[in-house]
Every structure is written in structure tokens, then in C-alpha cells.
Design a protein. Structure first.
Length: 286
């Protein structure tokens, strides 16, 4: 995203190099990440969930977004978040690996498994204590009790300046559940209630849209209203568009932003449009 297009919030996708996006929305010249960053100002870095990147890879990422207003929201590796014992050694290795990206780091995304519940609050606090206080974090909880009794987490958010991830999977569970793309990906995204409370003025939303747009509109309308309200309240917003098939994510994100602009222009008159795709799109037939 060039410096002439400054959005009041961070909009991104769950990847930057999905193969089907190449030569459809983005180009690999000079790189898919560089091309992606010309449109979006954030990305959810799922790659770090599966392994800590080496020095060369981090240098490539850094070079690709140099001079851009861009944030990586990297997932904490599962060798840290999904272990029953705190792995301080892995934490230190990970933090050292991503240190060159500091100017471009958004909040670390700590995605906890569903077996981390109220009995593991000590583990959660010890983990947060090991992370840098000047690097924001957001936590995605999946244990059902944290949704039935969200007050159990109050001490975590009071002690640490982190945010709670809002995962909205309603479109894939309330839409056509038997769509083949939904069936192939639904097991990765739980059907959990939405906790709308915002902690520490840090908003991080993961909206999982249905491959068929007609099932998404009511939820997009709800979220454009909420995002407008968050921004008017001065809260920092990260909004990530997901879909069981990543192919649909770029146009869905563009649609979300367009509706945010159109429906809330009185509240946010200076909201600019997204930059054009690096790969020009064919005009839609009317």
C-alpha cells in the first residue's frame, strides 16, 4: 500500500502468496508479498504457526515491504502455543528471528487450542509474561468455558495490554453447510459465540466468510457498522477476511471495504478506496 493511501484501520488476508492469486490479483514480480502490500496494509502470518522462519526468509519479507505502511500479524508457533508446558527456549528463538521485522509488526496472534481452559490461566499468564511488553498481542481462545464465563479472563486483560480475538464463523455455519468448499475447511474453524467486548482498545477480528456471497451480506453489514463505531471510539482495528477457499478472500475484502466506505461515509468522510489490484481485473458484465 503506497503512502498516499492511508486507511484508518488494518485490513488483511490470511496469506500473501496463495497460489491461485498469482497472476489473478497479485504478481510475483518482484514478489507476491510486495504485490500484496500494494493493496492491503496487514496480513495474518499463518506460516509462523508451523515453523520459525530463518534469517534469509525474514530478510526477504523485510525487503518486500520496505517503505510501506504494512503490518505482519504473525502467529505464535504451535511449538509454543499448543504445548502443555511453557517452552521458553522456543519463545526466545522466535522473538530473535522476527526482530528485524519490528517496524512492521502488528500484534502477535496467540491462537490457543480448545484444551487450554480456566485450569491453564497460569500457563497463559506465564506465556504473556515472556513476550515483550512493547509488542502488542491478541489471544484467540477456543475453550467453551471462556465464552460462557468471559469474566474468567478479566485478570489476564488487566495485567497484560493484550486484546481478545473475535472469531466470527457464522457465515459458514449459518449458510450452506454442505457446500464442498465449506465441508473441506469447516473443521479448522470452530462454531463459537462472539464476545463483543473490546479489551485495551485493541480490536482484532477474524471474519470467516462463506464461498457464496449471498450468505455473507448480513454479517458484512453488521461488521461495517461495528468497525465504524470502533474507529469513531479511537480503537485500533485489525480486520482479517478469511474463507474456506482462500481464492475468494481478495474480492471479499475489497467488497467489505467498499461497503464500509459507502455506508459510513458520514461518520468517516475521509475513508479512501483500496488501491487497484496489481493485476488488472476484467470489467464485470452488467
Amino acid at each position: 500500500m503506497n503512502n498516499k493511501t492511508i486507511l484508518p484501520y488494518r485490513l488483511g488476508l490470511p496469506a500473501w502468496a496463495y497460489p491461485a492469486w498469482k497472476n489473478t490479483y497479485f504478481s510475483d514480480r518482484p514478489s507476491m508479498l510486495n504485490s500484496y502490500a500494494q493493496v492491503f496494509n496487514a496480513v495474518e502470518g499463518n506460516t509462523t504457526f508451523y515453523g520459525i522462519p530463518d534469517q534469509k526468509k525474514v530478510a526477504e519479507w523485510q525487503a518486500a515491504v520496505h517503505g510501506q505502511d504494512f503490518h505482519f500479524c504473525l502467529k505464535l508457533p504451535k511449538t509454543i502455543s499448543h504445548q502443555r508446558q511453557l517452552n521458553t527456549h522456543q519463545i526466545n528463538i522466535f522473538l530473535k528471528a522476527i526482530e528485524p521485522l519490528r517496524p512492521h509488526l502488528g500484534p502477535l496472534l496467540i491462537q490457543l487450542p480448545d484444551y487450554v481452559g480456566p485450569q491453564q490461566l497460569g500457563f497463559i499468564k506465564r506465556l504473556l509474561h515472556q513476550l515483550p511488553h512493547d509488542l502488542p498481542q491478541v489471544i484467540e481462545f477456543r475453550h467453551p468455558k471462556f465464552f460462557i464465563q468471559p469474566e474468567l479472563l478479566e485478570s489476564v486483560f488487566e495485567q497484560f495490554s493484550c486484546g481478545r480475538v473475535i472469531l466470527d464463523t457464522r457465515p459458514i455455519y449459518r449458510g450452506d453447510r454442505y457446500h464442498p468448499e465449506v465441508l473441506s475447511g469447516k473443521h479448522q474453524k470452530p462454531d463459537l459465540p462472539i464476545i463483543p467486548h473490546i479489551y485495551n482498545d485493541l480490536v482484532y477480528v477474524r471474519l470467516v466468510l462463506h464461498p457464496l456471497p449471498e450468505y455473507n451480506q448480513r454479517y458484512i453489514q453488521q461488521w461495517t457498522s461495528r468497525v465504524a463505531s470502533y474507529l469513531q471510539s479511537g480503537q485500533q482495528v485489525y480486520f482479517m477476511i478469511h474463507c474456506p477457499n482462500n481464492l475468494h478472500c481478495p474480492p471479499f475484502a475489497e467488497d467489505f471495504h467498499q461497503q464500509l466506505m459507502e455506508k459510513h461515509q458520514q461518520a468517516m468522510p475521509a475513508m479512501p478506496a483500496l488501491p487497484a489490484w496489481p493485476i488488472p481485473q476484467q470489467q464485470k458484465l452488467i
